[in-house]
Design a protein around this ligand. Structure first.
Ligand SMILES: Cc1cc2nc3c(=O)[nH]c(=O)nc-3n(C[C@H](O)[C@H](O)[C@H](O)COP(=O)(O)OP(=O)(O)OC[C@H]3O[C@@H](n4cnc5c(N)ncnc54)[C@H](O)[C@@H]3O)c2cc1C
Length: 293
């Protein structure tokens, strides 16, 4: 099916210009980044818009750089570039893991991290990784007005976020993990390779010099509610040696505490079993990275 006719198309080249257009057309306009979620919705006529504001030529939205506080990731960075970035793979591997399993190469070459976060599909890959890392998002309304929202407050529910009609996501910030013995890992289980997650697991760990767990964040994705921190399961790891027994205990707790659903792709019981089998593997992967194995 073709989308309903779109009357106006703009291709701004600066953030200021994009924000002016957004202010002018607001509710009647849609921003388009990679188009990998927006175009299917328009073509299926699940949404319609009179005006498209294309972000692909806007300068300054596709940087990957690190400063003293952490990583600054531009919203227009493509999934393929996130997956391939030595900076991200080295310091924030949980995000590279998430990006590398998204869809297929075509989707990864076009789709952007910002588009995925704003679209907020409950089965998307980035949200669990962003929550595990305590990411924050900069939402800009004008050159004089922007606000920073923690990922934990940005995602309000399936396909719902805190972004307003006249705001542009201009930056994703990932705090720098502790200098030593700190790393994360992410993996998902879908029906096919590169499929949306039935269940996904993100784990970010910091170990002390003796290898005990100092800080842990486990987040479960792929449920109807979207990425959900497994708080009790994370607490179980603190102070422990992360052996098989402790990993299994945390996995059991995660399967119990996170609300899972049944749908056409999997039953709630199957999702619980997936959590139990995936959590220990991902803890071990994060642990190996944190130790530098
Ligand atoms: C076949 C297929 C398979 C897929 N598989 C997966 C998968 O396995 N895992 C996964 O996570 N995702 C998957 N996706 C979704 C994919 O990751 C999309 O790329 C992503 O969800 C949207 O990013 P985009 O850049 O294409 O955004 P667009 O589709 O262009 O935009 C999405 C939404 O974000 C808004 N937006 C975009 N950029 C900004 C910004 N800077 N500020 C404010 N609003 C903005 C748009 O207005 C729109 O509402 C799949 C998609 C397809 C078509």
């Amino acid at each position: 099916m073709y989308p309903k006719p779109i009357e106006r198309y703009f291709a701004p080249t600066t953030i200021t210009e994009a924000l002016q257009l957004l202010g002018e057309y607001g509710g009647n306009a849609k921003l388009i980044a990679g188009g990998q979620s927006l175009m299917p919705l328009l073509k299926l006529r699940l949404i319609e818009t009179q005006c498209l504001i294309d972000l692909n030529r806007v300068q300054g939205l596709a940087d990957i750089r690190e400063d003293a506080d952490g990583l600054c990731l531009g919203p227009m960075v493509r999934h393929a570039d996130v997956a391939a970035s030595p900076l991200i793979r080295g310091g924030y591997p949980i995000v590279a893991d998430a990006a590398s399993g998204i869809g297929d190469p075509q989707i990864r070459n076009r789709g952007t991290v910002g588009g995925s976060l704003v679209h907020a599909d409950p089965a998307a890959d980035y949200p669990a990784a962003m929550l595990a890392l305590d990411a924050s998002l900069t939402l800009t309304k004008s050159s004089a007005e922007s606000r920073t929202v923690e990922a934990g407050k940005f995602f309000l529910g399936p396909l719902m976020t805190d972004i307003r009609e006249d705001e542009l996501l201009t930056m994703i910030r990932l705090p720098k993990p502790a200098a030593r013995h700190s790393a994360g890992a992410y993996a998902k289980n879908g029906l096919l390779a590169g499929d949306f997650a039935i269940i996904s697991v993100a784990v970010q760990l910091t170990l002390d010099n003796g290898g005990r767990c100092e800080r842990a964040r486990i987040v479960i994705g792929g449920t109807a509610l979207g990425a959900t921190p497994a708080v009790r399961a994370s607490e179980i790891l603190i102070g422990g040696k992360l052996d098989d027994a402790l990993c299994a205990k945390a996995a059991e707790a995660a399967a119990q505490e996170v609300e899972v659903n049944s749908d056409v792709r999997a039953s709630a019981q199957y999702r619980r079993e997936l959590i139990k089998s995936l959590v220990p593997k991902i803890i071990r992967r994060a642990q190996a990275r944190a130790r530098g194995d």
